[in-house]
Design a binder for this molecule. Structure first.
Ligand code: PMP
Length: 437
């Protein structure tokens, strides 16, 4: 039995989201290492969590130090220096409006769930607005405020209103998409959805699991103006695209807005489970919204996160992500000219989506082809996953230190995978097993 088969026999499939028979036993920088010592270039860096790359020395050292000095400590144990340092660093990088207090958690899901509870409790307003296609988590409370079609096992929150996220590629260009989505929100707030009942609007500056959708310029400034007029809090979910990934420290900086509350996760821990909510003190200290878990803010995970933030700053990884991201996007734009399967290439920095369509004119989502491309790329040594409400967008979210040459190599492999799929050289049966057809 190989490692992948053991994994399938021992671990619950509820938690297993596999696109191919991947069984990495290690990792180093931008590479995953399989059980035979093979190296796979990881363009999804475990979906953005390994922000500094796999097995980064700064994260390892921070974890070792914390384990040696404060093993077993939880947030309850009194002064927890790494948690304090992490909170201080986060307060220093978010804009003033949000820079009140920090709540630490384990995942994007628990962080968003905590925010949803806190904003409703603290404002006394029962309703929340989120976007169709948005993925804010996999726990009951975070799923209930999400709009992703994969999350059907849980009822949406009774007070949730989902609004369309403007999609320039699918909705007639930037200005048309923005105007239609804005009108939808304005009409809602003018009648069916009394604004005085809405606590918060959750947004992703790039809608990631919904398909790496980049919003049209100025759309969110208009949304912000509406929210300010009605006292609706703006929550920026930066879980996937925050902390340097887009070539800015915060993805919402591309939008020209200033959120009230910022949620971090994934890359914050560099692979360890840690998330954070940064928001105004009256909300973050609203005791009735009590959100406590035994080991949240534990020194080991908090130390890893401090090391991640320090490394991003010291190594200039925000600018690096912008530069390598530009190179990667240029190469992908070239690739688009050679492959009719590619309908759109979009993104900022190292948060890029490649949307595959079976027809350029009708833009029919090429769902099966997308699964085949990801599978074939894996066989050729490149790890990348796919997202989107139609499961037809390849997501490129590599570790931030990805080099110019690694980006070039990744696109060469993707090119080959696209050619193999187009030429029918990929076995449907093996892909279907993973894609669930
Ligand atoms: N928010 C966003 C924007 C995400 O992309 C995700 C995960 N894909 C989450 C929240 C949930 O994070 P986690 O899986 O760490 O709970």
């Amino acid at each position: 039995m190989n490692l992948y088969e053991r994994d399938q026999r021992a671990l619950s499939s509820m938690a297993s989201l596999r696109f191919f028979p991947q069984a990495a036993v290690g990792g180093e920088g931008a590479y995953l290492i399989d059980e035979h010592g093979g190296r796979l270039l990881d363009l999804s860096a475990s979906w953005g969590a390994a922000s500094l790359g796999h097995s980064h020395p700064a994260v390892r050292a921070a974890v070792d130090r914390a384990l040696a000095s404060q093993a077993g400590a939880s947030y309850l144990s009194g002064a927890n220096i790494p948690a304090i340092e992490l909170a201080e660093r986060l307060l220093s990088i978010v804009p003033g409006r949000a820079a009140g207090r920090v709540w630490l958690g384990h995942s994007g899901s628990d962080a968003n769930e905590t925010v949803a509870r806190a904003v409703v409790a603290a404002t006394g307003r029962p309703r929340i607005i989120a976007f169709q296609g948005a993925y804010h988590g996999g726990t009951v409370g975070s799923m209930a405020i999400s709009g992703h079609p994969a999350q059907t096992s849980v009822q949406r929150a009774p007070g949730l209103t989902l609004i369309p996220y403007p999609n320039a590629y699918r909705d007639g260009g930037e200005s048309h998409a923005a105007a239609a989505a804005l009108r939808h929100l304005e009409d809602l707030l003018a009648g069916p959805l009394p604004p005085g009942e809405v606590a918060a609007l959750f947004l992703e500056a790039i809608q990631s699991d919904g398909g790496m959708v980049v919003p049209p310029p100025e759309f969110f400034q208009r949304v912000e103006a509406l929210c300010r007029r009605h006292g609706i809090l703006i929550v920026a979910d930066e879980v996937k695209v925050g902390l340097g990934r887009t070539g800015r420290m915060h993805a919402f900086q591309h939008l020209g807005i200033e959120p009230d509350i910022v949620v971090f996760g994934k890359g914050l821990g560099g692979g360890l489970p840690v998330s954070a909510v940064v928001g105004p003190t009256p909300i973050m200290n609203y005791r009735a919204a009590f959100s406590f878990q035994t080991v949240h803010g534990n020194p080991v995970c908090a130390s890893a996160a401090v090391a991640v933030l320090d490394t991003i700053r010291e190594q200039g990884l925000v600018d690096h992500a912008a530069a390598v991201g530009k190179h990667l996007k240029n190469l992908l734009a070239d690739l688009k000219k050679r492959h009719s399967l590619i309908g759109d290439v979009r993104g900022e920095g190292l948060a890029i989506g490649v949307e595959l369509v079976s027809d350029q004119a009708t833009k029919t989502p090429a769902k099966h082809q997308t699964a085949k491309v990801a599978y074939r790329a894996f066989e050729l040594g490149l790890v990348l996953y796919y997202v989107g409400v139609n499961s037809n967008v390849l997501e490129l979210t590599p570790s931030l230190p990805l080099t110019h040459d690694e980006a070039t190599r990744a696109v060469e492999i993707l090119d080959q995978a696209l050619r193999d799929v187009t030429a029918g050289r990929v076995d449907d049966g093996s892909v279907a097993r993973f894609a669930g057809w």
